[in-house]
Design a protein around this ligand. Sequence first.
Ligand code: ADP
Ligand code: TRP
Length: 321
Amino acid sequence: MRVLSGIQPSGRLHIGNFFGAMRQHLKLQADHDCFYFIADYHALTSNPSPADVAKHTLDVTMDYIALGLNTEKTVFWRQSNVPEVTEFTWLLSCVTPMGLLQRCTSFKDKVAQGMSPNHGLFAYPVLQAADILIYNSNLVPVGADQKQHIEVTRDIAIRFNNAYGEILTVPKEYIIESVAVVPGTDGRKMSKSYGNTIEMFEPEKTVKKKIMRIVTDSTPVEKPKDPDKCNVFALLKLVASTDELAQWENRYRSGGMGYSEVKKRLAELMIDYFKPFREKRTELENNADYVKKVLAAGAERAKSVAAKTLAKARYAVGLRG
Ligand code: ADP
Ligand code: TRP
């Protein structure tokens, strides 16, 4: 089963990305043929600074390797190193009805948040469909926010096949992340765009500081508290053992516990959770050549698959000269 997913290089990854997406990506490596890439063409839709595009691509790659990317088995590359995907996007664009893209809520949401509605942003789902279809993917593990884009991909693949013959693999299923949304330090969804993130590999001191500042209600120490409404508890669930979690739940409900106490423990657990990977991350920072080599080898493997699908599609639509 070919599993494929793309990750936008929009900064260093945070624990919401890890528990919501990366952890599943890394787990799937054991039993599947995984293709993961850094979606740098997609990132251009928000007009980032050129220096950031390059830097963030390396940062995301280092995060993935440090956290357990199997560089031998899994194909990991930078989207723009396989430019075949942009030509393929054009072939798909020509069977994609405008209405299909006009219905995409992610475009509307991004514009509502103030992003400039450039053509790239509008056509974003076609490039995403090309990413998925050019590598003959079967499964696309993404968060719930991407569900519509996978449906659009299926629709485009079916239209292309109806017009030109059974060329493309229609991705059969998608996995919606089962983890609940990870809250950020202000209680909203943890997201780079809200500035409320905790990164896996930021200095331990900063992790602690951020955790101590997580927004809670103002129930006095002696009063019982509801763990299900607490941002600190939601994060604790991700890193505490079942036994320890049950103990904290009791302490919440019986009163006499201050939030700073549970925050301190959360900081310890969070730091411990990522400790084994931190050393590897530092090692990689001092070995940029190795990181670039991983990307180059991945691009070569990805390209050999992409070139075949593109050649078939070109022929099918009549580009035969
Ligand atoms: P951000 O909101 O920080 O820009 P992205 O939209 O780039 O993050 O998300 C990349 C992946 O991480 C997606 O698959 C998304 O579902 C997942 N993800 C991001 N933030 C969270 C969160 N707070 N909780 C759970 N999953 C998340
Ligand atoms: N749009 C995805 C996101 O924002 C990133 C992405 C680009 C992707 N191409 C993809 C995800 C192909 C899955 C498959 O998270």
